[in-house]
Design a binder for this molecule. Structure first.
Ligand code: C2E
Ligand code: MG
Ligand code: MG
Ligand code: MG
Length: 289
């Protein structure tokens, strides 16, 4: 039972609704304190350009440096933050932190990197989102195209009118739009025609067995071709093996992201790895050429 595990974990499958509600409230209170105490941190995972072997994009992934429980993964707190609405505040912090990182990287080996941040559908419900994004970019003096927003297909199913308006304002502002976890979202493809999408991210579930399973290979190739024909950049998520990378290269996928290239790491670590050319590039070292 969750209670027996004390404060070591947030779990919500307790018998009593009341107890469950208490745990939720407690987590929400902790999240609010985490914001006040600056306990969140962004890790960055590079996306490898398969044509050039260069890294031009990174995805920012939030972690919670909890005072007693160590580094917590977003899967442990983002779903609840979405439910409670706390995600709006967290999202503002994420956007500002990403812009600060972009500012810090200026003039370094990472000066050319674009950062993608994840936004939940719930964050698009905030009417002031566009203002916050604009303010963060202005405050840190960042060109809007350096910031990419990753959203999942759910935003094309629910709350469509408002989401459409928010996305078009963000597009006018100049930020880029990526569709995250593409292919598992149950939405129609019509939005690819109606919305200015810059990047499609093929969900990891298709990539995991792409070299073993015929159906995953067919779907992955179809998505790559769909993206190319629409003039959209396509990224494979969750690339863990060289075989997967070779498949993606052979089928002209634009970018690859996954543990094979790098796990998500702190900004300073990424800067060092890029400066030293220490990241996996999927290409032979120049000395071997
Ligand atoms: P996502 O945006 O689809 O991010 C990809 C997840 O896959 C990340 O998990 C990443 O660490 C993991 N991953 C990357 N490469 C590999 C790989 O090769 N193999 C495997 N097994 N996993 C890989 P993470 O960091 O735990 O984030 C989980 C999810 O939490 C994200 O999925 C995103 O939906 C959400 N999230 C993360 N940061 C934020 C944030 O700042 N705001 C919001 N709203 N959601 C966030
Ligand atoms: Mg993402
Ligand atoms: Mg994803
Ligand atoms: Mg996801």
């Amino acid at each position: 039972r969750a209670k027996d595990q004390g404060r070591n974990t947030y779990q919500f499958y307790t018998e009593g609704m009341q107890e469950k509600e208490m745990m939720r409230l407690e987590l929400d209170k902790d999240l609010s304190e985490a914001l006040a105490n600056d306990e969140f941190v962004l890790y960055y995972q590079p996306q490898l350009n398969l044509d050039t072997g260069e890294i031009n994009n990174v995805e920012a992934l939030i972690r919670w440096q909890h005072p007693t429980r160590g580094l917590l993964s977003p899967v442990e707190f983002i779903p609840l933050a979405e439910e409670s609405g706390r995600i709006t505040e967290i999202g503002r912090w994420v956007v500002l932190a990403a812009c600060r990182q972009l500012a810090r990287w200026k003039g370094t080996a990472c000066g050319h990197l674009r950062i993608a941040v994840n936004l939940s559908g719930r964050e698009l419900e905030d009417a002031t989102l566009v203002d916050h994004v604009r303010d963060a970019l202005t405050t840190e003096n960042i060109a809007p195209h350096m910031l990419e927003l990753e959203l999942t297909e759910e935003i094309f199913i629910q709350n469509i009118a408002q989401n459409r308006s928010q996305l078009s304002q963000l597009h006018q502002l100049g930020t880029r739009l990526a569709i995250d976890d593409f292919g598992v979202g149950y939405s129609s493809l019509g939005y690819l025609r109606d919305f200015p999408v810059d990047q499609l991210k093929i969900d990891r579930s298709f990539i995991t067995n792409v070299t073993e399973r015929h159906d995953d290979a067919v779907i992955t190739r179809a998505v790559i071709n769909l993206a190319h024909n629409l003039g959209i950049q396509v990224v494979a998520e969750g690339v863990e093996t060289e075989d997967q990378l070779h498949f993606l290269q052979a089928h002209r996928c634009n970018l690859a992201q996954g543990y094979l290239i790098s796990r998500p790491i702190p900004g300073a670590e990424l800067e060092k790895a890029i400066r030293e050319g220490a990241l996996f590039t999927g290409q032979p070292a120049t000395s071997e050429l």
